[in-house]
Design a protein around this ligand. Structure first.
Ligand code: XUL
Ligand code: CO
Length: 440
C-alpha cells in the first residue's frame, strides 16, 4: 500500500515552480565542512503528522487520512508504514514520538505496554530496513484525565507512580530503538492557582522524578542525551519550566544541570515573551543547547499555534546560534508543527515539511555566509572594544576596585558613546538574504 502518491522529493533549485521539490534543501550539498543533512538533522513529529486530526476547540478534525477508518491497532500499524514511506519520500532521516502517539492505550497499564511492544517491534524492523533513526521519544503524561493535577507534580502520589511507570517504559523503548535523545516536556507540570498549591513540594517532587529517570536510564545502559523542553503556559496557567533561564535555575538548584540540556521550541520561546534566538543564545552561552523543536507561532495569536517555520529571518538567526554552537548533534530539528486546519489533505503533510525544510536550508546558507564574513562578530567586537584594553580589560578580568574606578571617572572629561546603527544592521541582513536567495 502506498500512502503518498508522489515521487521522492528532489532538489530543483530556487527557480523551480514544482511545489513537490526542494528549492534550497539539497541534502548532500556541503555548507562549510558538513552536508546540509548533517547540519540540519530534520525530524518528523509523529503526533502532528500521523496522529493528529486537525481538530480545534471549536471544530472537529478535518484531516483526511488513509488510515482514518481502521481499528485502533490496525491504525497504529498503518501509521508505521506511512511514516517510513513519508521519511523516504521527503528525505527526512529522523522521527520523534510520545508513547501514546504510536500505540493506543489499553484498559490497563500492562495492556498499554503490550500494545507498545507490538508497535515498537514493527518500528525497529522498519528502522533496520531503512536506516531511519529515532531523534527522541518522550512520554505523554498530560492527555489522560488521570493527569488532571499534573504527573510528577501531581498532588496525588499514585499519579506520580503511574507517570514514573510510563517513563520507565519509554526509557526501555529509547534503549531498544537507540533514541539519540530523550525529552521531558512538563505537559501539566504547573499550576492554576497558588491558593491551593504547594509549589515547593511540587518542584521537589519534579526534581526527584527526573533523578529517578536518570538513575533508571543508567541502570539499563541507556546513554541518550536527556532534554527538558521549556514552555511558559498552556495547558496550565503557570508551567514550571517557563523558559530556559528559569529551568536552568531549577536544574542548578537540584544539581541536575550536568544531566540535562534543553530542547528549545520556537513557539514556546515567543509565548515566554522571548525571541527564538534569545532562548537559543541563553542555552548556547551556558553549554545547554541540545535540540530544537522547529516551528513558529503567529504574531497575532497568544497560544501555541505550531506553524511550520516559513520565516527566513527567524531561521537565519536560529541557524546562526546553532552553527556557533558547533551544531546540534546528537540533537536535531524536529518539526513540532502541524498543517493549518484548512490544509487537510494528506499531501499537505509533504508540502508543509518541504516549506519548513527549505526555510531552514535557506537560513543555514545565509547564517553560514554571515559567519564566514564575521558579520555579527565584527559588529559586536567594535561595540565592546572599550573592554579589550585599559580600564575595560581590568573590569573584565576582575582586576579593579570601586576606588580605582572612581579615580578613573574623575579624570573623564566627556563620555563619547557611539551610535548602534541597528537599522543598518537589519538592512544589511536583508542584503544577505536576498543575495543568497538569488544564488550570489
Ligand atoms: C507541546 C510540545 C510537545 C513536546 C513533546 O507544546 O511542544 O509536543 O514537544 O511533548
Ligand atoms: Co515541542
Amino acid at each position: 500500500m502506498t500512502y503518498f502518491n508522489i515521487d521522492k522529493v528532489n532538489y530543483e533549485g530556487p527557480k523551480s515552480n514544482n511545489v513537490f521539490s526542494f528549492k534550497y534543501y539539497n541534502p548532500e550539498e556541503k555548507v562549510g565542512d558538513k552536508t546540509m543533512a548533517e547540519h540540519l538533522r530534520f525530524g518528523v513529529a509523529y503526533w502532528h503528522t500521523f496522529t493528529a486530526d486537525l481538530s480545534d476547540p471549536f471544530g472537529v478534525g478535518t484531516a483526511e487520512r488513509d488510515w482514518d477508518n481502521l481499528s485502533d491497532m490496525d491504525k497504529a500499524k498503518a501509521r508505521v508504514d506511512a511514516i517510513f514511506e513519508f521519511m523516504e519520500k521527503t528525505r527526512i532521516d529522523y522521527f520523534c514520538f510520545h508513547d501514546i502517539d504510536i500505540a493506543p492505550e489499553g484498559a490497563t497499564l500492562k495492556e498499554s505496554n503490550e500494545n507498545l511492544d507490538i508497535i515498537v517491534d514493527l518500528i525497529k524492523e522498519k528502522m533496520d530496513q531503512t536506516g531511519k533513526k529515532l531523534l527522541w521519544n518522550t512520554t505523554n503524561n498530560f492527555t489522560h484525565e488521570r493527569f488532571v493535577h499534573g504527573a510528577a507534580t501531581s498532588s496525588n502520589a499514585e499519579v506520580f507512580a503511574y507517570a514514573a511507570a510510563k517513563v520507565k517504559k519509554s526509557l526501555e523503548i529509547a534503549k531498544k530503538l537507540g533514541a539519540e535523545n530523550f525529552v521531558f516536556w512538563g505537559g501539566r507540570e504547573g499550576y492554576e492557582s497558588l491558593l491551593n498549591t504547594d509549589m515547593k513540594l511540587e518542584l521537589d517532587n519534579l526534581a526527584n522524578f527526573l533523578k529517578l529517570a536518570k538513575s533508571y536510564a543508567e541502570e539499563i545502559g541507556y546513554t541518550g542525551q536527556f532534554l527538558i523542553e521549556p514552555k511558559p503556559k498552556e495547558p496550565t496557567t503557570h508551567q514550571y519550566d517557563t523558559d530556559v533561564a528559569t529551568s536552568h535555575a531549577f536544574l542548578q538548584k537540584y544539581d541536575l544541570d550536568k544531566t540535562f540540556k534543553f530542547n528549545i521550541e520556537a513557539n514556546h520561546a515567543t509565548l515566554a515573551g522571548h525571541t527564538f534566538q534569545h532562548e537559543l543564545r541563553y542555552a548556547r552561552d551556558n553549554d545547554l543547547l541540545g535540540s530544537v523543536d522547529a516551528n513558529q507561532g503567529h504574531p497575532l495569536l497568544g497560544w501555541d499555534t505550531d506553524e511550520f517555520p516559513t520565516d527566513v529571518y527567524d531561521t537565519t538567526l536560529a541557524m546562526y546560534e546553532i552553527l556557533k554552537n558547533g551544531g546540534l548533534n546528537p540533537g536535531g530539528l524536529n518539526f513540532d508543527a502541524k498543517p493549518r486546519r484548512t490544509s487537510f489533505k494528506q499531501e499537505d503533510l509533504i508540502l508543509t515539511h518541504i516549506a519548513g525544510m527549505d526555510t531552514f536550508a535557506l537560513g543555514l546558507k545565509v547564517a553560514h555566509k554571515m559567519i564566514e564574513d564575521n558579520f555579527f562578530e565584527n559588529i559586536v567586537d567594535e561595540k565592546y572594544k572599550s573592554f579589550a584594553e585599559g580600564i575595560g580589560k581590568k573590569i573584565v578580568e576582575g582586576n579593579t576596585s570601586f576606588k580605582e574606578l572612581e579615580e578613573y571617572a574623575f579624570n573623564i572629561n566627556e563620555i563619547d558613546n557611539t551610535s548602534d546603527r541597528l537599522e543598518v544592521i537589519k538592512a544589511q541582513m536583508n542584503q544577505y538574504i536576498l543575495n543568497i536567495n538569488n544564488g550570489d
